[in-house]
Ligand binder design. Structure first.
Ligand code: MG
Length: 371
């Protein structure tokens, strides 16, 4: 009989969390959920806890903030899926690593802002395949799969694919008048609102470059984003001998979620890619002039230290403002650029230092929005 893997799903009412529970429902003999968390959706959290007979669930907007970290530390879960949104996910990542549990990471911000923290850096030291951090982001899951059975030292370049987002092909002039409602009609992936706007600005790809840098130890010059509209190729890896490996499949987040749960095995799923119906696969360079967030993220990553913290905090505030209709699409990029110029880059002292900086960047950008 197969052993049952005990898992925690943090952010269970969001897009990734709900898809993770679909994976659990498809493999009831292999997976048992022992902990759920949500931020605000109390009703749905209650329903999920009842449906999956979960003994502990945490509503983070109501319970005191250390409650989630404590619930992670004391739960019987051996694997924690962190599907929280934004910088708020860092504490859960740290609590998971501190407790010695395996981390299935869908919260890329944990690595973007916390990748240099000793606890995270230590967990990544055995990267890419021996790390306790398993990527759930589809591109990083693809890269991880491409590296299976390979000598990590032979990795020469990562080709990070991007759908191009809902505003692909538009000029700066056209982008200036686009609204959140326009952006939320994403062509291929089914995702939450924050990541959908990040996909529209290409900030998502920028954050993923920083994420890939930390996960796979690849230099910024060796991570190349490439627009691939159909999202069939989920990323590629180039080796020292010039050979490329790619991972292909339907654009469905349940596949990388399930893999993070099943490793080192692969379990059956209903997903199947009809290659003959997939159409031609095309690749092109992103338009970094029109979509300036990509370059801002790459430069923040290169600068390191506090720069990615500033980038991320400014972006979170700007994206929330754009969704609320209180700033324009191109203002997201302008606000992030202004914050990076204002705050500069310095080494990260501690988690507390990081969180204080995060809060002051949010205040700073908030004041710019009122200006
Ligand atoms: Mg992704």
């Amino acid at each position: 009989m197969a052993t049952v893997r005990k898992i925690a799903i943090l952010g269970s009412t969001g897009s990734i969390g709900r898809q993770a529970l679909e994976v659990v429902a498809a493999h009831p003999d292999r997976l048992k959920v022992v902990l759920l968390s949500a931020h605000r959706s109390a009703e749905l959290l209650r329903e999920q806890a009842a449906a999956f007979k979960v003994s502990r669930s945490v509503l983070t907007s109501v319970e005191s903030s250390p409650a989630l970290a404590e619930a992670i530390a004391t739960s019987e879960a051996d694997l924690v899926l962190n599907a929280l949104v934004g910088a708020a996910g860092l504490r859960a990542t740290l609590a998971t690593l501190e407790a010695g549990k395996t981390l299935a990471l869908a919260n890329k911000e944990s690595l973007v802002i916390g990748g240099e923290l000793p606890l995270v850096a230590d967990a990544l030291a055995a990267r890419p395949l021996g790390s306790r951090i398993i990527p759930v982001d589809s591109e990083h899951s693809a890269i991880y799969q491409c590296l299976l059975g390979e000598d990590p030292g032979a990795l020469r370049r990562i080709w990070l694919t991007a759908s191009g987002g809902p505003f692909y092909g538009l000029s700066r002039k056209e982008l200036a008048t686009r609204t959140a409602a326009d952006a939320l009609r994403h062509p291929t992936w089914s995702m939450g609102p924050k990541i959908t706007i990040d996909s529209a600005t290409l900030m998502n790809k920028g954050l993923e470059i920083i994420e890939a840098h930390h996960l796979f130890g690849c230099g910024y010059d060796d991570i190349t984003p490439v627009i691939h509209r159909s999202s069939i190729v989920h990323s590629l890896v180039e080796f020292a001998d010039g050979a490329l490996k790619a991972q292909l499949g339907v654009p469905d987040m349940r596949v990388p979620i399930q893999l993070a749960f099943s490793l080192p095995q692969r379990w059956e799923s209903a997903e199947t890619l009809d290659l003959l119906a997939a159409g031609p696969l095309s690749f092109e360079a992103p338009d970094e002039e029109s979509f300036g967030c990509l370059g801002l993220a790459r430069e923040a990553g290169r600068a390191g230290g506090t720069a990615p913290v500033v980038l991320n905090a400014a972006n979170e505030v700007a994206v929330a403002a754009f969704i609320a209709g209180s700033c324009g699409f191109l203002d997201i990029e302008a606000l992030v650029r202004e914050a990076l110029d204002s705050f500069g880059a310095s080494p990260i002292g501690s988690v507390k230092h990081l969180e204080e900086l995060d809060a002051s960047v949010r205040r700073h950008v908030g004041l710019k929005l009122i200006d």
